[in-house]
Write a protein that binds this ligand. Structure first.
Ligand SMILES: *Cc1c(COP(=O)(O)O)cnc(C)c1O
Length: 404
């Protein structure tokens, strides 16, 4: 009796969801209402181990005390003001980002797609002002993901996000990821930039061959192209270093960030060197909410915590631990074809459909997702522990053992 009235809560929310929420998401039957660390609880009090972390957003886990404190303190002081004014929290977060990256200037917005919009606008404007008209094409990768705005879906190398929305923004071409020759032969007199994810997240956790990014950097230098790295998913510690480019021995010209930057408060950022950023002068771009006091105060707390509490070290160690545990499962189950990842951005490629396994995992208290139909993706909070990983592996082992 108690059980059925309890599970009613989630059912009721789901019924209401189905009446008023736009149908853009294929939602799992879960109603999360509370989170702490790597745990989530649903409307009926059931506990989940969250290895999706808001899709690589909750890098410090749910409701980290320093994130909560920053939000509370800022909410009581100043929540929003116009970008017509100078915003101390925005300035401080930009300083922190510049001190810890190649960049010298930051433009703040509210999402990954918007950060990429800003990057493309900057690249085209710089190209026009330096090289003259007719040079606006951006090369991106097949299987890439750059967001859902028109610029985002035009840049994205996946047909499924574009269908029905044509005409798209012109000036994008998609090449195989990790193939330097394909990229090199695609560069033309019209090309102004190459935009890539250091590791393709939505595209199936695809890691390029060693040395690829150095070759891309050389190509860009040789042809006077800008290298834009979309670190919306790989950035903010996810790959085991603050930014994934650090592990490639290169620096980009432009980098975009969002997801993990402010502990779950919406934020995006486009970072560039000083001379380049100069090309977006007063009045050329903007955002009402971009970099507002609440979001950037939270970003400061998030970045300081990430840099100051051994979290990157934990990310690398737990990433290795999780990969090793998944490789052990691979030995046991022939339908696991590959384990790959860096830091805590990890994919488990299957030779079978992964969607049903994700649903089963949910019923056993484990939250993961599946990209491109057959890659289970693990992007847990970077504070995850060995015990929690063991728990996840036990659940996966149980689910995999039931596969017919
Ligand atoms: C999630 C993601 C985006 C889009 O970010 P939004 O905040 O949803 O607009 C862009 N690029 C990459 C690599 C992403 O993973």
């Amino acid at each position: 009796m108690k059980q059925s009235s309890q599970s009613n809560q989630s059912q009721q929310w789901i019924a209401r969801n189905d009446k008023v929420i736009a149908k853009t998401y294929g939602r799992y039957p879960l109603v999360p209402v509370r989170g702490a660390g790597c745990k989530l609880w649903d409307a009926d009090g059931r506990e989940y181990l969250d290895m999706l972390a808001g899709v690589a957003v909750n890098n410090l886990g749910h409701c980290h005390p320093r994130i909560v404190a920053a939000i509370k303190a800022q909410a009581e002081t100043l929540i929003h003001c116009s970008n017509y004014y100078n915003i101390p929290q925005q300035i401080r977060l930009a300083e922190l980002l510049c001190e810890n990256s190649f960049a010298e200037r930051v433009f703040f917005c509210n999402s990954g797609a918007e950060a990429n919009e800003a990057a493309i606008k900057l690249a085209r404007k710089q190209s026009l002002e330096i090289h003259g008209p007719g040079r606006s094409e951006v090369l991106t990768a097949l299987a890439s993901f750059h967001g859902r705005t028109y610029c985002g879906i035009s840049a994205t190398g996946q047909e499924k996000v574009k269908q029905g929305f044509e005409p798209l923004l012109p000036g994008f071409r998609h090449l195989p990821f990790g193939d330097i020759e394909a990229l090199r032969s695609a560069v033309s007199a019209e090309t102004c930039a190459i935009m890539l994810e250091p590791i393709q997240g939505e595209g199936g956790v695809n890691i390029p061959p060693a040395g690829y990014f150095q070759q891309v950097r050389n190509l860009c230098d040789e042809k006077g192209l800008l290298l834009i790295l979309d670190e919306v998913q790989t950035g903010c510690g996810r790959s085991g270093t603050l930014f994934a480019y650090e592990q490639e021995g290169i620096t980009p010209d432009i980098m975009t960030l969002a997801k993990g930057l402010a502990g779950g408060v919406p934020i995006g950022a486009m970072l560039a060197g000083d001379a380049l950023a100069e090309h977006l002068g007063p009045g050329t771009h903007g955002s009402t909410f971009g970099g507002n006091p609440l979001a950037t105060a939270t970003g400061i707390a998030s970045l300081e915590t990430l840099l100051g509490e051994g979290i990157l070290e934990n990310c690398r160690a737990m990433g290795d631990y999780l990969c090793a545990a998944l490789e052990t499962l691979q030995q046991k189950y022939p339908f696991i074809s590959a384990v790959r990842g860096r830091g805590l951005l990890i994919g488990l490629e299957l030779s079978i459909e992964g969607g049903e396994l994700v649903k089963t995992a949910l019923t056993r208290g484990l939250l993961i997702n599946c990209t491109v139909g057959k890659v289970l993706r693990f992007v847990p909070p970077l504070i995850i522990t060995r015990t929690e990983i063991d728990q996840a592996i036990n659940i996966l082992d149980e689910i995999f053992s039931e596969v017919k």
